[in-house]
Every structure is written in C-alpha cells, then in structure tokens.
Design a protein around this ligand. Structure first.
Ligand code: FMN
Length: 186
C-alpha cells in the first residue's frame, strides 16, 4: 500500500479479533513512530507496549468517558472495549522536558502526535487497526504502569487485527472550509 492510499483508507478501529500481532509487525509500527519528525530532533516520545490481558483490562477501566459517550449517544464505551479487546495497547508518552518550549508554548504534544500518526498509518499499511484514545485518567494509568511523574501520557493506542470490515469513514470538512490561499481574507 502506498502512502497516499494508506492516508486515504485508514479508519479508527475499535473492534479487534484475538489474532495475535506478530512481533515483526509490532516492531515495524514502532519503527515508523521512531522515524517521525520532532522539535530539534529531540525525540521526546516514549512508548510502553502492553500485551498482558489483565493489565489491558485495568487500563480500560481508567478510560471512562461517560459524559462524552452520553453526549455522542454511545450506549457502551467503544474506547474501553477497544483497550480491553486489542491484543496490544501502546501507551504513548512524552518526556516533556526533552521537547521544545517557546514563549510558554510546549511542543511535546505535537511531537508525540506526529509519531503516533506515523505509527497508525504504518499499522494500517501492514493490515493492523488502531485508534487514538485521548480520554483516560493519567494518574491511574501512570501508577498502574509505573510511569514516573516527569513523563506525560499523551494517548493510548489499542492495536490489532480488525474484527470487522473498516467502519464507514468519519466525514471530513471540504478543502474550501479549511484552506485559505495567500492570506486569511475576509
Ligand atoms: C487527540 C485525539 C483523541 C481521540 N480520543 C478518542 C477517544 O478517547 N476515544 C475514541 O474512541 N476515539 C478517539 N479519537 C479518534 C477520533 O474520534 C477519530 O480519529 C475521528 O472521529 C476521525 O475518525 P477516523 O479516525 O476513523 O478517520 C481521538 C482522536 C484524536 C486525534
């Protein structure tokens, strides 16, 4: 699959089969994250790979998003189920003082976001599904995994073979709505 096709056809995957993820595929998606651009090439990202079913289940218990799900009209919590069901959960972290800080603006979220985007596209290109889970209790997940206080947890990424055919694509704004040429204009 070429890059543009991977970008065009990737979807968030929230249901996973129990087929294990081969070690070399897992390594290849982590490699893709490793190659991402970052502030001054500081590479502040750190990843914890969780495969133990009991630990994944406990992580999922700390990804409660009831008010969000009610607002969205979800009856169950799709991200909690994804975290428990996926054979692998990648916990994407940042060593924040290893990234940029200019005028009070920190760049570790951007760095980790770029790495995770590469990771998710690489996963899709090798037949794996993933979803970025941003709603979780950082303190609880950090203490469960022994993550030190100087490390921030940016997101949780369930990863595995999709259970079903990919969900219909979430709609996107048109280019007209998001792009302005030359100046911002009126
Ligand atoms: C920063 C961020 C946080 C997200 N948090 C969640 C989440 O907590 N739970 C979830 O199910 N999806 C989450 N998503 C996935 C988005 O809902 C999804 O990417 C978006 O609806 C577009 O759908 P697509 O990925 O299938 O193209 C998150 C995505 C991003 C980038």
């Amino acid at each position: 699959m070429d890059t543009l096709e991977a970008i065009r056809t990737r979807r968030s995957v929230r249901r996973f089969s129990d087929r294990p993820v081969e070690a070399e595929k897992l390594r290849s998606v982590l490699e893709a994250a490793r190659m991402a651009p970052s502030w001054a090439n500081m590479q502040c990202w750190r990843f914890v790979v969780v495969q133990d079913p009991g630990v994944k289940r406990r992580i999922s218990e700390h990804a409660v998003a009831d008010s969000f799900n009610t607002a969205k009209g979800y009856k169950s919590n799709p991200s909690q189920r994804a975290l428990a069901e996926a054979p692998v959960v990648i916990v994407a972290c940042a060593e924040c003082n290893r990234s940029g800080d200019m005028g009070g603006q920190q760049y570790y979220m951007t760095d980790v976001g770029m790495a995770v985007a590469s990771l998710m596209l690489a996963a899709h290109a090798v037949g794996l599904g993933s979803v970025f889970v941003g709603i979780f209790d950082e303190k609880q997940v950090g203490s469960l995994l022994g993550i030190p206080a100087y490390i921030s947890i940016v997101g949780l990424i369930p990863l595995g073979y999709p259970l079903d055919a990919p969900e219909c694509g979430a709609p996107r704004k048109s280019l007209d709505e998001i792009v302005r040429y030359g100046t911002w204009g009126d």
